[in-house]
Design a protein around this ligand. Structure first.
Ligand code: P1T
Length: 380
């Protein structure tokens, strides 16, 4: 199957053996009857497995060209499961520019359990080798990164990971499998906050992992069951429904993202603009190579670097809603320094470029003209 067919049918061959319903039924149950201890139809208890969740997990694996999918109660619960494969003393090399909540999980939870993190810029994949030593077990990359849209060369990074026999995990939330397939590029684990584009309608919180390797899958399934960070069946159903239109939405997000980026590029009040589709984006060539298009996430600063102006701008928007999150059909605007990235200390944030005047847009799939008019009036 090609991608657009996979979003609708991938992993859904055996949706409903009972009645042949076209959509995956919502199995709203915690447990399953057994005829004799251990005699059941494949499901015992919904923490370890639920048919609606299995349907979603198979769909996730299918669109990412992977063998095994796992769903979690949130994107962070999915990342938490990956980190639980490590032991005290292990080291992780992570992208420095990443979602504030991921940074918080690494730095405020797992660091306390004796895991050491090196936060480094990954635009130059060779430069990260100096942070690798025999204790390094995992490379964590987020590309495009949140909120600065930095691009990491996944193939080059996977060569580094393979050379040192360490795992490479890629957070594919901003791109989705429509734009980029990390497993095909050599990553071992692909992670999603399915809360965003996979769900696509800002109506749920869910996370996912997809892997190819059997042993790795077993380890992660064990953690999923043992730690219990699972999603409920209703949310699994909603993500399954969202995935069915992923290709259509991502195409329009990318078209509208381009229109917004081009509009902002020529606006006299805009200082820095971050969108990997721009030819002068520092990693544009890599983005062009590993992504099908460039998506709908656009960040920028206004001239004068004023926090007050940034806040006034987001308050004035009428069609873009001021809110955390991204990836829904509706356009959202955010102020990373006080919202999504407030958990990163100011000095660290500013070193990366997450300055007080930075504004992040999740460009939705509304009419392009209305979006541009809204930005124009708020900038004015
Ligand atoms: O919110 P949750 O589903 O737990 O996912 C966390 C997460 C992981 N990775 C990336 C790249 C993310 O953007 C997120 C969540 N991000 C936001 C809520 C946000 O507004 O940026």
């Amino acid at each position: 199957m090609k991608f657009n067919t996979k979003t609708i049918h991938g992993g859904q061959e055996n949706t409903d053996p009972a009645y042949g319903s076209v959509m995956q039924p919502i199995y709203q149950t915690s447990t399953y009857s057994q005829t004799s201890p251990g005699q059941h139809k494949g499901f015992e208890y919904s923490r370890s497995g639920n048919p609606t969740r299995s349907g979603l997990e198979q769909a996730l694996a299918s669109i990412e060209n992977g063998k095994h999918g796992l769903a979690f109660g949130s994107g962070l619960a999915a990342i938490d499961a990956v980190l639980k494969m490590l032991k005290p003393g292990d080291e992780v090399v992570s992208t420095s520019d990443l979602y504030g909540g991921t940074y918080r999980l690494f730095n405020s939870i797992f660091k306390g359990f004796g895991i050491k993190f090196h936060f480094v810029g990954m635009q130059d994949s060779e430069a990260i080798e100096k942070y690798i030593n025999p204790k390094t077990k995992l490379i964590w990359a987020e590309t495009p990164s949140n909120p600065l849209m930095n691009i990491t060369d996944i193939s080059a990074l996977s060569e580094v990971a393979k050379k040192h026999k360490i795992l490479l995990a890629v957070d594919n939330t901003f791109a989705t499998a429509y734009l980029q397939k990390p497993l095909d590029l050599g990553a071992d684990i692909v992670m999603h906050s399915a809360t965003k584009y996979l769900g696509g309608h800002s109506d749920l919180v869910l996370g996912s992992l997809v892997v190819n390797d059997e042993k790795l899958a077993e380890q992660l399934y064990f953690i999923q069951k043992a730690s219990g960070g699972i999603p409920g069946p209703m949310d699994c159903f909603l993500v399954l429904r969202g995935i069915k239109t992923l290709h259509l939405r991502m195409q329009r997000h990318s078209e509208n993202g381009r229109a917004v980026a081009e509009f902002l590029k020529s606006h006299p009040k805009v200082e820095n603009l971050y969108w990997p589709g721009l030819e002068d984006h520092p990693n544009h060539e890599i983005a062009k190579r590993q992504m099908k298009d460039f998506g709908g996430m656009v960040s920028f600063t206004t001239k004068g670097n004023s926090k007050q102006n940034a806040i006034r701008f987001v308050e004035k928007l009428k069609i873009f809603t001021l809110a955390e999150s991204l990836g829904g059909v509706e356009s959202l605007a955010g102020h990373p320094a006080t919202m999504t990235h407030a958990s990163i200390p100011k000095s660290e944030r500013e070193k990366l470029g997450v300055v007080d005047s930075l504004i992040r847009l999740s460009v939705g799939i509304e009419d392009e003209e209305d979006l541009l008019k809204d930005l124009e009036q708020a900038l004015a």
